[in-house]
Write a protein that binds this ligand. Sequence first.
Ligand code: NAP
Length: 491
Amino acid sequence: MTLTPALTRHLSNPDLFGDLTSMRSLAKPLGKETFQVFNPSTGELLAELPDMGVAETKEAIDKAYVAQAEWAAMTARARSDVLWRWHQLIVDHTDDLGAILTAEMGKPLAEAKSEVSHAAAYLQWYAEEANRIYGETISAPSTDRRMLVIKQPIGVVGTITPWNFPASMVARKISPALAAGCAIVLKPAEQTPLVAGAMFALAEKAGFPDGVLNLIYSAEGDAVGHELCTNAKVRKISFTGSTEVGRLLMRQCADQIKKVSLELGGNAPFIVFDDADIDAAVDGAIQAKFRNGGQTCVSANRLYVQAGVHDEFAERFAARVATLSVGDGFAPDVAIGPLIDTRARAKIEAHIADALEKGGTIRCGGKRITSDGTFFQPTVLTDISSAMRVAQEETFGPLAPIIRFEDADQVVREANDTIYGLAAYFYASNLKRVWRVAEALEYGMVGINTGRMSSEAAPFGGMKQSGIGREGSRHGLEDYLEMKYLCMGGI
Ligand code: NAP
């Protein structure tokens, strides 16, 4: 593996990450093929990595299978101690990890560091939760029996993560699995594998036993994914990414009735009622829509604003959006980095074109910043209807469509009229309305008078085709535990 100066010049301690080239948790490359990782802001080559496929994945699974028994046999306290050490190392190297993240993914450096802190928070949370795995005793229906439930780790977990949160998605998945006593084979996204590699290098320093953590660098996501789903030694797949790929993985897991946790796409409504605090709603919409340049599964995708406050909200929101600066994530005061690639840009442009053709109006933005690059102006559209693509599909970019509505019941029906059910947001002050709307929205997470709700302490996940399972909180641990009922007779 080669890391280029385009990456190492951003690091205070490049030697530490020299370990990226000799990690024992990195699957041993069996072939000579490589793939390249680029900075999406500058197009510079950052690294050339070994391209691993099915053979390397099989080896990694075999190693994990052996190591898992040893890891599960350790005390919960001993597993917790290793997680704590990993947490501390990530905290200590936040600046370098943030720089790697900005280099490979493009997000502003401050946002990248905040993501690294969020990743560390998951490790901290599950270092604590590792000690809180409880079973139960049950009052037996006859006097000669005793009945109880114990919890055991599910086994080897295959994990696949996306490019939009390349550090926190890794931590959010593998920290509960490790706390539960599972071993891991991880394949990060092809576009953003470097921060995962750096986190694994730190995990080795934390003292995970050999084989508990295994990393596959690959540009053959489909082949690696197929092996993880169909290899009988893997007991569970934990995937974050698009609904389309999630469906495919679930099908591949079906023959073995393999357990799955799926964190998939969204189409989040953001509703502003007439009685909302408009200042707060504008702030919340900026956060919910433009964090990570709108490339977030919980990004507000459709803004519904009630007629009485529509014009005021649209004007103030568009004025704020027009001030958001776009550029290289390493430049000071940048609020939005580049889109991840030209495919992402094409989707935004298609959504804008469709909206304009059907009567939409551009209130700000709407164009590429350079003719050939992936920097795109943050954009607000009004005169949007639910029939437009921008209201139906996940845009995954800095584009905010505003839909005017009159009737409060009707807007909840429209908000629910989607195959997705990940996140929803609304702003209102009437208490009765707050409860009714919160209960009626068919979403796994609802932000009420806030545009940001992700936390290691809360269960993150979706309803409908946005996924299965929850990550974070005490519930996240349950997803990696099997429940076993013990019945003792003849007492
Ligand atoms: P994606 O195309 O589904 O890719 C996600 C991961 O799956 C990548 O590692 C990718 O590898 C791999 N992959 C792609 N095709 C595969 C296949 N046929 N078999 C096995 N693995 C395969 O999604 P994305 O574009 O990277 O991420 C954006 C999507 O993720 C959005 O829909 C977003 O809403 C969703 N997301 C959801 C959450 C959540 O918590 N619910 C969080 C973040 C993102 P390669 O990189 O090698 O293609």
